[in-house]
Structure formats: C-alpha cells, structure tokens
Design a protein around this ligand. Structure first.
Ligand code: FMN
Length: 169
C-alpha cells in the first residue's frame, strides 16, 4: 500500500466534547464530517481508549467545535495530546455550554455543533458516532483550521489514537 495516497485526503480539525455525571472531556479529531442534510447528521470516529469516547457512550450526546487558524500548539496539545481522565481540560480557558450542559472551548473556534447520538458503529480500534444536529452556531469569522495547515504551517504531529496516524510521520 502506498501510504502517500492516504496523505492526499483532506480534513478539518475539531474538538469533540462530552459530559456525564459531573465528568467532562473533549478531544481533537480530524474525523468529524457532515454525513446527511435532512436531517443534518454528523459522524465522528474516536478511539475506544479516549475518555471522550466513554463519555459520549454514557451521555448519548456530543458537542463539537470547528477549530480556526488562531489555534496554536498549546491549545491543540491540551485537547489532543492529554487525556481528560486526570485533568480538567476546560479549566482556565474560554468556554461555552450547549443546551444539555456540555462544555466546549470557544477561544479558537469558528463554529459550534450539538448532537443527539443516533447510531454507533464499531470499527475495531475506534467507534464511529453518528449524531443528529440540534444546535449549530458560527463563533468567529476566522478561517477554519485544516489538517494540512496544522501539519505544514503549525508543524503539528499526530498521536497514535488518531485514525490518520502513520508510523514515522
Ligand atoms: C491533529 C490530531 C487529530 C486527532 N484526530 C483524532 C481522531 O480523529 N480520533 C481520535 O480518536 N483521536 C484523535 N486524536 C487524538 C485525541 O485527540 C487524543 O488521544 C486525546 O488526548 C484524547 O483525549 P481524551 O482521553 O480526554 O478523550 C487527534 C489528535 C490530534 C493532535
């Protein structure tokens, strides 16, 4: 398999968030996408080991923000390289809350979505959650952060839990 072919795929970068029973987390993903228009549904693929995955399964809901180009390695590191199991990722940063109380970061995000979980597909290492959008809002006029911009301009890396991880990246 020519792995260079996989590098030709394009993505945005998002933080998907969940909360249940007083616990909360959120993780960076490049796998959020709109999959239907009527009704509007989003799909996201998250690693079974992620704390966010556990919370989405328990709450049957998730929220997400589209990161914009103000996001830097510090902010991406908070949500993309550390787990929320032992650390409150929302403490000390600007946040909003969706109608069900799920917190989400607002400081470097251009849009927000809140979804009710409709289906879960087991992909082995990852679960794909499919949710119906109940709230959506523009948060800034900044351009959305693409995965290509993250890799080439911000010079960011991809951790093992991301589906797009490749050895020797
Ligand atoms: C650029 C980037 C893309 C990522 N994409 C995904 C993804 O699509 N799915 C996933 O499960 N993890 C992805 N990750 C890894 C998670 O964000 C990371 O494992 C996170 O620390 C999990 O946090 P949690 O345990 O609090 O849920 C990505 C990380 C980065 C930096």
């Amino acid at each position: 398999m020519d792995e260079q072919a996989l590098y030709q795929m394009t993505y945005g970068l998002y933080v998907v968030c969940a909360a249940h029973g007083g616990e909360k987390s959120g993780c960076v993903v490049n796998t959020l996408q709109q999959v239907t228009a009527q009704p509007v549904k989003l799909a996201v693929t998250v690693n079974k080991e992620n704390y966010t995955t556990e919370l989405i399964g328990r709450a049957k809901r998730f929220a997400a923000v589209a990161l914009d180009q103000r996001a830097d390695l510090l902010q991406i590191g908070r949500f993309g390289f550390r787990t929320g199991r032992d650390f409150d990722k929302f403490e000390g940063i600007e946040t909003g809350k969706d109608q069900s109380g799920i917190p989400y970061p607002t400081g470097c995000a251009c849009a927000f979505y809140s979804c009710r979980l409709m289906d879960t597909v087991d992909l082995g290492t990852h679960l794909m959650f499919i949710g119906e959008v109940e709230q959506a809002e523009r948060l800034s006029e900044e351009p959305p952060l693409t995965y290509a911009y993250y890799r080439t301009v911000i010079k960011g890396k991809t951790p093992k839990n991301a589906p797009s991880y490749h050895e020797g990246q």
